[in-house]
Every structure is written in C-alpha cells, then in structure tokens.
Design a protein around this ligand. Structure first.
Ligand code: PNS
Length: 205
C-alpha cells in the first residue's frame, strides 16, 4: 500500500516532529528548527577593476557586510587594458586598506579573476554580485550587465548598493586624472593608496 502524505512527511522529519506523531497531534503544527538545519553562509562577489580602490569602494564593502557573511573582492584581470597599478599592487593595497574598515563578522577576501564574472561567481559558490550605483548614469550600464549576468546564470542575484552621498562622484578614473594633474586626493582614497600613487609616480620618472 502506498504511504500516506503525512507518513512520508513524518519519515523525513527530525525526531522532535516524530514526537508529535506518537502523541497523535494533528497537522498543521510548528516543526521546531532542527539543530542540523544551519542556514547557508551568504557569500557575495564584489567585482571591479579597483585601479585604485577608492573610499567609495570601501563604503560599499562596509554596507555589503551588513548583508553578507563573506564578500570576495574580485579584481578583473583585463589583458587588453593598460592599468595604473598591476594586479599584485591592487591586491596588496586592497588587503592593506580592508584591515581598517568596519566589517563586523563578515569575512573579506581579495582575489582576481579572468573571463566571465558569473563563471567565477559559480566557481566561488557565491549567491550574489554586489555593485555600487552612484548616480542614474551608472544605472543603465549596471542594469544591462545585471540582466546579461542573470541570463547567463539565473542562480546569481545582483545587488545594487548606494554609497554615501559624499562618494557619489568618486571614481577610480577621476581619482587617477586628478592625481596625474597634481590635485589633492584627501578623503577620496585611503592614505595608503595615495602614498602608493606618489611612489608610482616617482618610480616612473
Ligand atoms: O570596476 P569596473 O570596471 O566597473 O568593473 C566592471 C566589471 C569587472 C564588473 C565587468 O567588466 C565584468 O564583470 N567583467 C568580467 C567579464 C564579464 O563577465 N562580462 C560580461 C558582463 S555582462
């Protein structure tokens, strides 16, 4: 004889629920959380060029830490682009400045990747991709990327986060331009990054 639905459910339930069965309780009843039912760790990828990391990036990472248990800050290796900092330099700077941010219990990792972001995210068993949106102008490009990524890999969600208003105009590209033309970067990038930029400039002379 085929088992009843209730029998099948009871067979799959932890011992606490079987107690209800022996006491002849009736469904529906609340099944207490079983000790082995540990919620999965929420892991996100925060991808970018980070050439260099700005205070805007760090602000997004701090905000992301309120939502995720682990964030992998993933630097895109772009063979065709001529970057200001090498991948190793960017990795080192990120690792250094991440020590000074508020991350609570969130684990932060720095990594680099090549190829499709969603393939990398799947390999890392990530649940989400975090992207910062500063203004409407960012939105169109970001929306396009998010939808393409969703088409390529529907299991991964993109989460858009807004940085503090004071960082709404800060980008790595502008930071480099201002720096190369002699402008002051205080408050826009961490002091350690500013230091490395000056060092880089003297090395190049
Ligand atoms: O800091 P950036 O330059 O805005 O970051 C852009 C980045 C790295 C998120 C994006 O270029 C990317 O994901 N590149 C990986 C290649 C890829 O997956 N392309 C398809 C995106 S829809």
């Amino acid at each position: 004889m085929a088992p009843t639905t209730a029998a099948v459910i009871f067979a799959a339930l932890p011992p606490a629920a079987n107690f209800a069965k022996t006491k002849k309780l009736h469904l529906p009843f609340t099944i207490p959380a079983a000790p082995f039912n540990i919620p999965p760790m929420r892991r996100a990828i925060y991808p970018g060029s980070f050439d260099p990391v700005t205070n805007g990036h760090l602000d997004i990472i701090e905000r992301g830490c309120k939502l995720f248990d682990e964030i992998i800050i993933a630097i895109l290796v772009h063979p065709e682009k001529k970057p200001f900092f090498t991948i190793d330099e960017r990795r080192q700077m990120l690792t250094e400045v991440l020590k000074d941010i508020q991350h609570g219990n969130c684990v932060l990792r720095v990594d680099d990747f090549q190829g499709l972001l969603v393939h990398y995210a799947v390999r890392q068993q990530a649940h989400a991709i975090v992207r910062g949106i500063r203004a409407i102008s960012d939105y169109e490009y970001e929306l396009q990327m998010a939808l393409m990524n969703r088409r390529l890999e529907p299991s991964i969600e993109t989460v858009f986060m807004m940085p503090a208003e004071k960082f709404s105009y800060v980008s790595s590209r502008l930071v480099k331009e201002v720096f190369q033309l002699g402008g002051v970067l205080d408050g826009l990038v961490p002091a350690a990054v500013q230091q490395r930029m000056k060092q880089k400039l003297t090395e190049g002379k």
